[in-house]
Design a protein around this ligand. Structure first.
Ligand code: SAH
Ligand code: SF4
Ligand code: F3S
Length: 473
C-alpha cells in the first residue's frame, strides 16, 4: 500500500528567513540585476517558473528581454524523456561559450532533472560553469542560495532528496499571462507507472488546502483572468492525502461557482475518473467540455506492465460514460509506442483504440528508458527503427481522426477566447475555443483578452479558421 504522507506547508519561519535573504540580495548592489528563466517540460514546471520569477523580483532583479542580455540565466529542466533532458543540458552547455565573453554571467539549473540520483554530483564535476543548482523540493530557498552564491563567490549546489517536501504556499509569483492562469492544486505523484520518472523527481502526492486554492481562484477572477487551468499530475486523487479534504469533483464544483469564465484541469488518470466528476463536468457552467485523458496504450498486457491499473475495455467504458453525460466533449490523450515487449499485435491494439475513440488530439511518444524505473530494466526493449515506424503510423492515424473531429466543427458559432496575434497573418488574431482548439480569424488586436463570437469556416491540420459574427454572444 502506498504510504500517505501528510501535507506540510512552509512554516512562517521558513518564509521569513527567505524574505530576509531576498532583502539582503536586493541591498547588495553587487549581484545580478537581470534574470531570464528558460522552462522545459510540463505546465507544472511553467507554473514553478512563475514562482521563481516572483522570487527574483522580490530580490530586486528584473526580467531581461532575452537570455543573451541577462546577468543570470536559470534553466528549469524536465527529464521525463531523454530528449527533454538532452535539450536542457545542450542549452546549458551553450551558455559556457557566452560566459567566456561575459564573465559575470551566472548560470543556474533547477527542476526535475536535478532531482535524479547523482545529478548534483554530475553538475559539480562535468559542468564547472554552472554556478547555482537546486531541485524541485527546495525551490523556495532560491533567495538564500543566490545570496550565498554571490556573497561567498562560490558554486552553490543544493538538492534535497525528501519525499516529504513542503507545499510552497505564500510565495510571490509573476504570472506570465493576464488572460489565463495556472493554479497548481497538488504536487507529486503516487502512481509509479513503470516507465515514468515523475514520482521519483517530484515526490509523493501533496494536495494544497482547498480553501487556499479557492481564494487564489477568487483573486484571479478579481484581477480579470478569463481562464484558469487547475494543475496536478493526477488531479483525480486530489485531497486523498489530507484528512477531511474535498474530493477533486467537489473542488471543481466549488471552483465553478466562483465564475471565472473558463475552467480547465489536467491531468486525469483514467483509473480515478469518478461518476461524481463526470456529473460535475456535465452540470458546471464554466468547466470546458474538453478532457485530457492519457490512455498510454491499447493492449491490456502492456497496460498491466505499465502499471496503469485499467484495461482497454475500462478506458472505453469511461469514454462512453463521458460522452453520454457531455455529448460534445473533446478528448485528447497521450500514447506511448515501443514499451518493452510491445509486439506488432500490441501496437495494433493502440491503433484500434485510436480508431475506436476518435480522439480530438493525441500526443504520441516513443518510449524512453529512464534509469531507476522498473521498465528500464525490462527485457525485450524495442529497437529504435521499429518504434519509429510505429509512431509514424500512429501519427498518420491520429491526423485523420483530428481532421474528422475538426471538420465537424465547420459551420458552428463558437465562443473563442482571443489570446494572441495570429502567427499566419497580421490581420488575424488567434484564440482557443471551448475544445482547446486554436481558432484564427480576422479581427483587431484590441480584442485580445476578450471572448469573441466566431463562425467556423474551415479546418486546417490542427487548427480552425473563422470569421466574427454577432450571433451567439
Ligand atoms: N501525469 C500525467 C502525465 C505526465 S508525463 C499522466 O499520468 O497522464 C506526460 C506524458 O509523458 C505521459 O502521459 C506519458 O505519455 C509520457 N511519458 C512519461 N514517461 C515516459 C517515458 N519514459 N517515455 C516516453 N513517454 C513518457
Ligand atoms: Fe507518471 Fe503515471 Fe504519475 Fe503520470 S500518473 S506522472 S505517467 S507515474
Ligand atoms: Fe518533466 Fe517534471 Fe513535468 S519531469 S513533465 S517537468 S513534472
Amino acid at each position: 500500500m502506498m504510504e500517505r504522507v501528510p501535507a506540510r506547508e512552509l512554516t512562517r519561519q521558513e518564509l521569513e528567513e527567505q524574505k530576509a535573504y531576498a532583502d539582503a540580495v536586493r541591498s547588495l548592489g553587487t549581484g545580478p540585476q537581470t534574470y531570464c528563466i528558460v522552462t522545459y517540460g510540463c505546465q507544472m514546471n511553467e507554473r514553478d517558473s512563475e514562482t521563481l520569477a516572483g522570487l527574483f523580483e522580490a530580490m530586486g532583479l528584473t526580467a531581461a528581454d532575452c537570455r543573451e542580455n541577462a546577468d543570470l540565466v536559470l534553466f528549469n529542466t524536465c527529464c521525463v524523456r531523454d530528449n527533454a533532458q538532452r535539450r536542457a543540458l545542450g542549452n546549458v552547455t551553450w551558455l559556457k561559450e557566452l560566459k567566456k565573453t561575459k564573465p559575470h554571467l551566472l548560470v543556474a539549473v533547477c527542476g526535475c532533472m536535478m532531482q535524479q540520483p547523482g545529478m548534483g554530483e554530475q553538475i559539480l564535476r562535468q559542468y564547472p560553469f554552472v554556478d547555482l543548482a537546486f531541485g524541485t523540493a527546495n525551490l523556495h530557498r532560491l533567495p538564500e542560495l543566490l545570496y550565498r552564491c554571490v556573497t561567498e563567490e562560490r558554486r552553490v549546489i543544493e538538492v534535497l532528496q525528501d519525499d516529504r517536501s513542503a507545499i510552497p504556499e505564500e510565495l510571490p509569483a509573476v504570472r506570465s499571462s493576464a488572460i489565463s492562469a495556472y493554479v497548481t492544486i497538488m504536487y507529486g505523484c503516487n502512481n509509479f507507472c513503470s516507465y515514468c520518472i515523475v514520482p521519483y523527481v517530484r515526490g509523493r502526492e501533496r494536495s494544497r488546502d482547498s480553501q487556499r486554492v479557492l481564494s487564489e481562484i477568487r483573486e484571479l477572477r478579481a484581477s480579470g483572468i478569463r481562464e484558469v487551468m487547475l494543475l496536478g499530475q493526477n488531479v483525480n486523487s486530489y485531497g486523498l492525502d489530507r484528512k477531511g479534504e474535498l474530493s477533486f469533483a467537489q473542488l471543481l464544483a466549488e471552483a465553478d461557482k466562483i465564475g471565472v469564465p473558463r475552467l480547465r484541469f489536467m491531468t486525469s488518470h483514467p483509473k480515478d475518473i469518478s461518476d461524481e466528476l463526470i456529473g460535475v463536468m456535465a452540470q458546471a457552467k464554466t468547466v470546458c467540455h474538453s478532457l485530457h485523458l492519457p490512455a498510454q496504450h491499447g493492449s491490456n498486457r502492456i497496460l498491466a506492465a505499465m502499471n496503469r491499473r485499467y484495461t482497454k475495455e475500462r478506458y472505453l467504458d469511461i469514454v462512453s460514460r463521458l460522452r453520454q453525460a457531455v455529448p460534445d466533449i473533446a478528448l485528447s490523450t497521450d500514447l506511448i509506442v515501443g514499451f518493452p515487449g510491445e509486439t506488432e499485435e500490441d501496437f495494433e491494439e493502440t491503433c484500434d483504440l485510436v480508431r475506436t475513440v476518435g480522439f480530438d488530439s493525441a500526443f504520441t511518444f516513443i518510449y524512453s528508458p529512464r534509469v531507476g524505473t522498473p521498465a528500464a530494466a525490462m527485457k525485450d526493449q524495442v529497437p529504435a527503427e521499429v518504434s519509429s515506424a510505429r509512431i509514424q503510423k500512429l501519427i498518420e492515424l491520429q491526423k485523420e481522426s483530428t481532421r474528422q473531429r475538426l471538420r465537424r466543427q465547420i459551420g458552428q458559432v463558437q465562443r473563442v477566447l482571443a489570446d494572441s496575434p495570429s502567427r499566419r497573418s497580421p490581420h488575424e488574431i488567434s484564440g482557443k475555443n471551448e475544445y482547446n482548439v486554436t481558432v484564427n480569424f480576422p479581427a483587431d488586436p484590441s480584442l485580445i483578452g476578450q471572448f469573441v463570437s466566431v463562425r467556423i469556416v474551415d479546418a486546417k491540420e490542427s487548427t480552425l479558421t473563422g470569421e466574427r459574427t454577432e450571433e451567439g454572444m
